[in-house]
Design a protein around this ligand. Sequence first.
Ligand SMILES: C[S@@+](CC[C@H](N)C(=O)[O-])C[C@H]1O[C@@H](n2cnc3c(N)ncnc32)[C@H](O)[C@@H]1O
Length: 229
Amino acid sequence: MGHSEHHAPHEPATAHGNEHDQGWRGMVRYLSHARSLWRSEVNEAVVQRLDVRPGERVVDIGAGVGAGTVVAAGRGAHVLAVEPTPYMRRTLGLRRLAQAGRGRIEIVDGAAEATGVASSSVDAAWAVNSMHHWTTPEVAYGELARILRPGGRVLLVDEDFDDPSHPDHEAFAERHSGDHHHFHMVDPADVARGLRQAGLDVDSAGKDQIAGSPAFIIAATKPDAEPAD
Ligand SMILES: C[S@@+](CC[C@H](N)C(=O)[O-])C[C@H]1O[C@@H](n2cnc3c(N)ncnc32)[C@H](O)[C@@H]1O
């Protein structure tokens, strides 16, 4: 019998066909093969670059099993781990139990397009290897602008596994031969345009290196509120 899945209204369409949309067997295979989902230098570098500080309220968008979430919570921030895939949320829930900073990790059923996070409540937000899943990016940019407080900062990073200089290029190509899981659909110029339209200041956008990996990286800030006259 076929496996059926129910998606909450905010959940993305599965037309892109990544493994973790293909039932629990695919999910287990995905989690066990992809070691970098658990701990990744790119996530560590993102949290570092955002300068996440103790007491800050931060959002990991498309948190997966929490590679960035646990790092930020370890630094003393309160982390909202927004994740649309139930299996990922459950796995992160189990992982959280083993974290010293577990009281600072909140797992949220949401997506980039509908985070469920309060307006102007967030000091910093990031997404690692999640952007290429966003089905309506322009909605996600508006959502980022909504949840950030004035002065709040955002860093969006998708590693370019299609680039032969990426350390995991060959492993990735092997794992994904025959499917449509490509990261080149993220165009930093488009992302920058969308973020500006949503009212954010774009600090940089382009292809760069992060933690030794080529990636599409977009950094932006929410402008401070206009002084009332
Ligand atoms: C490759 S994983 C990356 C997870 C984590 N950020 C990391 O770096 O390990 C991509 C994640 O994006 C999530 N995702 C899919 N569609 C999304 C959406 N529309 N908004 C936010 N996250 C989404 C997936 O469920 C998955 O957990």
